[in-house]
Design a protein around this ligand. Structure first.
Ligand SMILES: Cc1cc2nc3c(=O)[nH]c(=O)nc-3n(C[C@H](O)[C@H](O)[C@H](O)COP(=O)(O)OP(=O)(O)OC[C@H]3O[C@@H](n4cnc5c(N)ncnc54)[C@H](O)[C@@H]3O)c2cc1C
Length: 468
């Protein structure tokens, strides 16, 4: 069989690239080694975690957030099996959606492991060992990423007691104590899920703050809020051992600045120290495809590897490991392969932490602007001064806008607060169009909405906020 494009991997990068390429008239096949399409994101990532984040938030709200609104309810009872069934049904409907879209767009799907035999030739090995060879003009590597361990520490992830995010999405009972190694997005989201359901959660983080790359104002405020919710946060702590015990597991860490080692015990330990590009068994070496010094497939501005006809996108290449970044690369590459001019604006890729409150960010942080010597100004507005936030009892957090001091062009937006993940998009669109804080501040916003805080933060950047 012969194709214009064969995509290896059906995550948000791969499946979106395949659909777009087919929409543009190319003959496309996708190879996926998992039993279902959708990659990490739909099967064991974004989608299942959000199903559990929502359900656990509802549980927590029913237990703690109703009384002050004048609604008296008896203590909610957790049915974890049913909650997990909701998560599984959410996964099922999403992965089936991808299968449907493949059929609709006449994309051939192959379940099996894809291997690049040479430029223009890919083999698919099915679970029963049968091998098929396919010819193609172009190959797209979209094989994503896998769990990274802890550098220098031998960790035996059994997905029951010592778990990765995959096991943490599938626990059969609420742990009494959960240790989260790594205070990044995935650890904090999954830690929040189990904390809301009753676990005592301890987060051990090497850096001096949570959410490493986020704007420092935002991560500081967020850390205060999550600690107030009961999460035990231990920063500047270097984990040196993770071991199983009779009762569960123990984690040993040393203070980064020196001092006595500390051991913490728990019934479950989540290792969430990051992800690494996944290239195993792909035949890259044989095909002569170069990797960079971090094991990622090396590409140029047009997603081209060093071998003609082989391209790569998503988590397996440089850039933030985010589903929407992979999707945008998929669309841009499909356009390039169809002879158009695909492009991704890497300066305007939002990032969201789906905790409660949410944290959302786009563009530069204040620290990045300082380091680059940019002359910038800051506008901030707290949700305590927003009428809708008061009505909904979600006054924690603020909006922060960073703009160029001379041109007023918005360079970054950072929000911590209820619904931050939705609100960030008006700053994202503004930045995509090269807008200024005055453009944003003079745009009429519906009242009463949380988004008025974004407008007020913009007003605070170039003039003065009204409601403060
Ligand atoms: C718990 C968790 C929560 C997350 N939440 C979010 C979120 O809320 N928002 C967000 O933007 N991102 C989130 N992410 C990150 C997101 O999942 C990834 O950025 C995204 O899935 C990357 O897409 P991709 O297409 O590059 O690769 P993947 O989604 O990893 O897909 C790659 C696919 O390739 C397949 N594959 C690999 N090798 C082969 C081979 N040789 N042959 C055939 N198939 C192969 C794999 O089986 C996999 O299905 C989360 C990740 C995790 C783990």
């Amino acid at each position: 069989m012969s194709y214009d494009v064969i995509v290896i991997g059906s995550g948000p990068g791969g499946y979106v690239c395949a659909i777009k390429a087919a929409q543009l008239g190319l003959k496309v096949a996708v190879i996926e080694k998992r039993a279902t399409y959708g990659g990490t994101c739909l099967n064991v990532g974004c989608i299942p975690s959000k199903a559990l984040l929502h359900a656990s938030e509802m549980f927590h709200h029913a237990a703690h957030g109703m009384d002050s609104l004048g609604i008296e309810v008896s203590a909610p009872v957790l049915n974890l099996e049913k909650m997990m069934a909701h998560k599984d049904a959410t996964i099922k409907s999403n992965v089936e959606g991808v299968s449907f879209l493949f059929k609709k767009n006449k994309i051939d799907g192959f379940i099996g492991t894809g291997k690049i035999v040479a430029a223009g030739k890919v083999s698919v090995t099915a679970e029963d060992g049968q091998v098929q060879e396919l010819d193609t003009k172009n190959i797209v590597i979209a094989t994503g990423s896998d769990v990274a361990g802890i550098p220098g520490v031998n960790v035996d992830i059994d997905e029951k007691v010592i778990v990765s995010s995959t096991g943490a999405l599938d626990l059969t009972k609420v742990p009494q104590n959960l240790i989260v190694v790594g205070g990044g997005v995935i650890g904090l989201e999954l830690g929040s899920v189990w904390m809301r359901l009753g676990a005592k959660v301890t987060v051990i983080e090497y850096l001096d703050k949570l959410l490493g790359a986020m704007d420092a104002d935002v991560s500081k405020q967020f850390q205060r809020m999550i600690a107030k919710q009961g999460m035990d946060i231990r920063t500047e702590a270097k984990v040196t051992a993770v071991e199983k015990t009779e009762a569960g597991a123990k984690v040993t860490y040393e203070p980064v600045k020196g001092g006595e080692a500390v051991t913490v015990e728990a019934d479950v330990v989540l290792i969430s120290t990051g992800r690494k590009p996944y290239t195993e068994g792909l035949g890259l070496e044989g095909a002569g495809v170069a990797l960079d010094n971090r094991g990622r497939v090396e590409i140029d501005h047009g997603f081209k590897t060093n071998v003609a006809g082989i391209y790569a996108i998503g988590d397996v290449v440089k850039g933030p490991m985010l589903a929407h970044k992979a999707e945008d690369e998929g669309v841009a590459l499909a356009e390039i392969l169809a002879g158009q001019h695909g492009h991704v604006n890497y300066d305007v890729i939002p990032g969201v932490v789906y905790t409660q409150p949410e944290v959302a960010s786009v563009g530069k942080t204040e620290e990045e602007l300082k380091a680059a010597g940019v002359n910038y100004k800051v506008g901030k507005f707290p949700f305590t001064a927003n009428g809708r936030a008061r009505a909904m009892q979600v006054t924690d957090g603020f909006v922060k806008i960073l703009a160029d001091k001379e041109t007023d062009r918005v360079l970054g937006g950072h929000i911590v607060g209820f619904g931050a993940g939705e609100m960030i998009h008006e700053i994202t669109v503004l930045m995509e169009f090269g807008g200024s804080s005055e453009d944003l501040g003079r745009t009429c916003h519906a009242h009463p909405t949380m988004s008025e805080a974004v407008k007020e933060a913009a007003l605070a950047t170039f003039a003065k906020p009204i409601h403060m």
